[in-house]
Design a protein. Structure first.
Length: 747
């Protein structure tokens, strides 16, 4: 758009200030100036743009800057950063009047970049943050264990010992190559001569090049970043933004991780590589690299290292910024991931609009809290059934209350409550693991209510305490889990699977948790402030941020509602959140299958991204995304690897459609209590008990007992939750003052 406007100004040759021409949505990225009294008497216009990040979020003391002007090429462009001349760094691009360069020497805090031609000048104010962060994630969390010394590079050497308390390490560039007939990369012994057995790859543009990959590894935001791209050091100079690797197709893939338990207090010793259902979700994926794609990643994007979506989004934002300063601006950036990589793709995309131009997700969860909250409900039920009332419900009745397909699926889901439990020594039902720690965290740092009450707590709440806030009475993170007013087993009662007396006893005795996840006889009341910040931060996915206007390709990845907790209702929870936030989920396509053909899914997804990015109409981005779907980007399921059934996907275990017959799905305890499929109401608003909510009339005695169980009322699921809101795009928890949601240091 800027180039088009500049050409228009040049043709018109009228004294119009470029700042006025560019008024509107792009104003945040540039500041322009003009002067009708320029040296040759012609009206010059200058625009200064930050390409590597928005001006408020520069990191590492540098930024890729673009200068656009309608001045003749003979006019020298002078660029100064805080008064220091850096003009030599700026070179003309292939577009007349457009110059680019990496401005350096920025101080932490405010900086001014001034571009001038004769007496005409324009300036851009930027805010720079240290490469160690933070920017929006709040104060550095501690303890924090460095792992640079154990991070293996492609040549089997280690990144090296950390040089400071922020786990920094010198950047290293290594080269790998694919040998003829090979399927795995090998270290390249020399950068001056190609190996005799190097293979050739053909990129998407048809270029045939040696299959040699440049891998850069270093530290950003206290995490370990890595980027990879085809680059032949024997014939090409080291890449720059104006001279990127010749074989790079200008497309960028963010690599996410998986899992969540144990994702706290560590830097991470590995990127989250994963292969599942035909997808190689790796920063060194031979298929994508061979096609010319570049990849980037950071260990803190991997939930098994850091189960904190705000920090993950920040690390991804900073790592992508560094990539752009090294190689230039990609045509588009996408992310793909399974399980923890699904929310590792969607949450940062929602929190930081523009970070990704599309996401392909598998084994989908909307966020870690969906797993944890459902696990907490299930764990209360398993305790009631096993301890409080061990003979009162048959196995069939227990399953009916739980919502899951069977007892094993119920237990597997309930055991995910271990993510919220800081007491590592707790023993519960088979398969329950509380307070999971990465083995590198010393025992002496770990919380124990008796021996180490001030230790670090291994749970999804305390690792996100910058968002939730801290309880001054305990020093622990405030907690958002709430089950006040929840009528467990309501659907089972109305279906006739359990009796009214069973229903009342269950709800009278199910109880809740204290701050240490111990069972208590009363229901749990989540902290209202923590709940509101949970929504605003994006720790619970809402879908109204960046995710609202990019393609979302959702495929099964794992299909197994018998156990393992990767259940289909989580896919539908994501869809319902998108509907609630945006009026429809038309920018999401869902494919189910066991498995879904990976080649088809990727090709359709990329075709979709390419199509809307090429759309130059004046429509909104969301409208473009919806309008420009490829014909094959429609809901459906794969009966096998070659047969696709076009059908809107629905949450059901009934044989009411072809896909639901092939791939039936079940639900969860909160949904069986009447809650929405979106599973995004953390704390419900209450209403008076209504006798009409029960399929069979309750006796007066039963109504009296039920009133005693719920003296303040029961959940009104027709209303939004208490303090429920959407994500604040680019929410800050410090130090950035932009969109500051909460400052834990001042609470």
């Amino acid at each position: 758009m800027l180039i088009t406007l500049m050409r228009g100004i040049r043709r018109a040759s009228i004294p119009v200030c470029l700042g006025r021409v560019l008024a509107g949505g792009v104003a945040a990225f540039m500041i322009a100036g003009c002067n009708s009294g320029s040296d040759d008497g012609k009206p010059y216009a200058i625009a200064v743009t930050s390409l590597s990040s928005t001006p408020q979020y520069v990191s590492g003391g540098s930024a890729l800057i673009q200068i656009a002007t309608n001045a003749p090429a003979a006019q020298a462009v002078v660029v100064k950063v805080n008064g220091t001349d850096e003009s030599a760094a700026f070179k003309p691009t292939a577009v007349a009047g457009v110059y680019q360069g990496v401005a350096t020497g920025m101080a932490t805090g405010g900086n001014t970049i001034v571009a001038s031609i004769g007496t005409t000048s324009a300036s851009l104010n930027v805010t720079n943050y240290p490469i160690t962060g933070p920017i929006i994630s709040g104060p550095h969390l501690s303890p924090f264990l460095c792992q640079t010394q154990a991070f293996a590079l492609p040549d089997a050497s280690m990144l090296g010992t950390a040089t400071d308390a922020d786990c920094s390490a010198p950047t290293k560039v290594t080269y790998i190559y694919m040998p003829n007939g090979g399927s795995a990369f090998k270290p390249m012994p020399s950068t001056t001569a190609l190996p005799a057995d190097v293979s050739t790859t053909t990129t998407l543009s048809g270029a045939k090049v040696p299959f040699v990959v440049r891998v850069e590894t270093g530290t950003i935001d206290r995490g370990i970043y890595q980027n990879a791209v085809l680059h032949d050091p024997t014939t090409e100079a080291q890449p720059t933004p104006l001279a990127p690797p010749k074989a790079w197709n200008k497309r960028l893939i963010g690599i996410e991780g998986f899992g969540c338990p144990g994702g706290w207090y560590i830097q991470g010793g590995a990127i989250g590589n994963l292969a599942i259902a035909g997808f190689n979700l790796s920063d060194l994926d031979p298929t994508r690299l061979g096609e010319g794609y570049a990849t980037f990643s950071n260990t803190l994007q991997h939930a098994s290292n850091s189960c904190n979506a705000v920090l993950s989004a920040e690390a991804a934002m900073m790592s992508k910024e560094h990539f752009i300063k090294t190689f230039g601006v990609p045509d588009f950036s996408v992310s793909e991931g399974c399980s923890g990589g699904s929310y590792g793709s969607m949450q940062p995309a929602d929190i930081v609009p523009g970070l990704f131009d599309g996401v392909l997700v598998m084994c989908t969860f909307p966020d870690p809290l969906a797993i944890a909250f459902s696990g907490s409900d299930g764990h209360l039920l398993t305790h009631y059934f096993a301890v409080t009332n061990p003979t009162g419900f048959s196995t069939v009745q227990q399953v009916a209350v739980s919502g899951y397909k069977g007892l094993q699926a119920f237990y597997d889901a309930a055991n995910q409550a271990g993510r919220t439990d800081p007491i590592s020594s707790r023993v519960d039902i088979s398969g329950y693991v509380a307070g999971t720690w990465n083995t590198i965290v010393p025992v002496g740092l770990r919380y124990d209510p008796n021996s180490n009450p001030k230790g670090a707590r291994a749970d999804v709440y305390d690792w996100n305490r910058n968002v939730y806030g801290i309880d001054p009475n305990t020093g622990f993170a405030l907690r958002p889990f709430d089950n006040t007013g929840v009528q467990y087993g309501l659907a089972a009662l109305n279906e006739g699977s359990i009796t009214a007396d069973q229903f009342i006893d269950l709800n009278a005795k199910i109880g809740g948790y204290d701050a240490d996840d111990n069972y208590i006889s009363t229901r749990t009341s989540g902290d209202p402030g923590a709940i509101q910040r949970m929504y605003k931060s994006g720790l619970q996915l809402s879908g109204n941020g960046g995710l609202s206007s990019i393609p979302i390709m959702d495929v099964s990845g794992i299909y197994n509602d018998d156990g393992g907790y990767h259940y289909q209702w989580f896919h539908f929870a994501t869809r319902e959140r998108l509907k609630r936030a945006n009026g429809s989920a038309d920018n999401q396509v869902m494919w189910r299958g066991n498995p879904v053909p990976a080649t088809n899914a990727w090709a359709t997804f990329i075709q979709w991204v390419v199509a809307y990015k090429a759309d130059t109409s004046t429509s909104s981005q969301r409208d473009k995304v919806i309008k420009d779907k490829p014909t094959q980007a429609v809901d459906g399921c794969w009966s096998d690897a070659t047969h696709f059934i076009t059908e809107t996907q629905t949450l059901s275990n009934q044989p009411n459609t072809t896909c639901n017959t092939l791939f039936p799905s079940w639900t969860s305890p909160r949904l069986r209590a009447g809650g929405p499929v979106s599973a995004d109401v953390a704390k419900c608003q209450l209403k008076a008990i209504d006798p009409h909510d029960y399929a069979a009339p309750l006796t007066s005695d039963q109504m009296t007992r039920l009133q005693a169980v719920f003296p303040s009322g029961v959940c009104d699921w027709t209303k939004t939750g208490v303090n429920q809101t959407g994500v604040v795009p680019m929410p800050s928890f410090g130090p950035s003052p932009v969109n500051l949601v909460f400052d834990v240091t001042k609470s």
